[in-house]
Ligand binder design. Structure first.
Ligand code: PLP
Length: 374
């Protein structure tokens, strides 16, 4: 039996833990200095004008949908193959989710498939950068501008992803990032929203904290503030922000390693026709390394048996999920690529501590197994 290989491994150092402990001991657990420090480093990394910490990527998506004023009778286009959070964010507002099929070769929404779903009620599009590969965001942005549609970017997989030299999240009104433990950097749970629009930023800042109109430091009298909006409590704690701050600083190195790992996988798999991989891209964050093959479920079983941690992004297209299926009665024939993606993909681990011999072993197991099943 092999030594086990984890699917993900949060990159938390001893000094990160020390800093978190220090904050826990200080008693200043929220509204502290690290929230701003983390936001500032994130702005630097993504080259966005504004960054705002939130409790999750779902919260960032929800706030974006609320702040752009999606409402009942509006339609918002979302990929059929994504995490349910992308669609839920629209659904929370009362607007209607319109699923568009993905392009099987990229895992992302294509402008062609978006066009098929446009109606007079369309108000916006949420784009996902699947597995860290940028969608055709420049084209989609141009289209949104022409049609006066709001563009939101779900960058849960996209920390480090670029398109035309610009970090993703800067094309739409907002970019929403996740710091869930399997993601490239983590704060346990947590997220970040970036934007380049000051008015939008000010609104999000209020919406994330109950709709309160003044920060603690700006209040003339303790406890004196007004509430003009129906806001939420989507704040991140300061000890989480401290962890995020440390991780974003070391992420450049981490990202470089991710790309090296992706190259190793790519080199091993490209000789075999029965394993499909995406072309290597230096602009990809390599959240995971996805492969596509027949006999996917059997392969998952074999990998589990050998203690090799992998995942699937995602197994079930959203139009097949009971909630959306019951509500919108969606037919498989309209989402063929998303179904195929769901049936054939496996996400292989990518994180800096993975050694070359681990990758060679994972590849060998997969190749030998699939050669046999062919
Ligand atoms: C594409 C995508 N969007 C949104 C989310 C939700 O992120 P969070 O767990 O931070 O709310 C995820 C979570 O994995 C995701 O993969």
């Amino acid at each position: 039996m092999n030594k086990s290989i984890k699917f993900s491994s949060p990159n938390i150092s001893l000094s990160d833990t020390k800093l978190v402990t220090q904050i826990l001991k200080s008693g200043w657990l929220t509204h502290g200095p690290y929230t701003q420090k983390f936001e500032n480093e994130f702005k630097k990394f993504t080259k966005s004008k504004y960054a705002i910490t939130v409790s999750s990527c779902t919260a960032a998506l929800h706030l974006s949908c609320i702040a752009t004023n999606f409402k009942k009778n509006d339609e918002v286009i979302v990929p059929a193959m994504t995490h349910t959070a992308t669609a839920h964010a629209v659904e929370y507002t009362g607007a209607k989710v319109i699923f568009a099929d993905i392009d099987f070769n990229t895992g992302n929404l294509s402008l062609e498939n978006i066009r098929k779903k446009i109606s007079r009620k369309t108000k916006g599009i949420i784009v996902v950068h699947m597995a860290g590969f940028s969608s055709e965001i420049k084209k989609i942005k141009k289209f949104c501008k022409q049609k006066n549609l709001t563009l939101i970017e779900d960058c849960a997989h996209g920390l480090g992803t670029k398109s035309d030299g610009i970090h993703v999240g800067n094309f739409g009104i907002s970019g929403c990032f996740s710091f869930y433990p399997t993601k490239q950097i983590t704060t346990g749970e947590g997220g970040m929203l970036i934007t380049n629009n000051k008015k939008f930023y000010m609104k999000i800042k209020k919406l994330k904290a109950f709709g309160i109109d003044k920060d603690i430091k700006d209040r003339k009298k303790q406890g004196e503030y007004d509430v003009k909006l129906l806001g939420f409590n989507y704040r991140m704690t300061d000890f989480q922000a401290a962890l995020g701050y440390r991780q974003i600083i070391s992420y450049k190195k981490n990202l470089k390693k991710r790309k090296e790992i992706a190259k190793l996988y790519k080199k091993q798999f490209e000789k075999f026709k029965f394993i499909k991989t995406m072309p290597y891209s230096n602009n990809c964050s390599y959240f995971v390394f996805q492969i596509f093959c027949k006999h996917r479920d059997k392969l998952l079983k074999m990998l589990k048996h050998n203690n090799i941690g992998v995942s699937v992004h995602y197994n079930t297209p959203l139009p097949k999920m009971s909630y959306y299926q019951k509500k919108y009665k969606l037919l498989k024939k309209h989402y063929k690529n998303s179904y195929k993606y769901g049936e054939t993909n496996i996400s292989l681990p990518v994180y800096p501590e993975l050694k070359k011999q681990n990758i060679n072993m994972i590849c060998k197991k997969i190749i030998d197994f699939l050669k046999h099943e062919k």
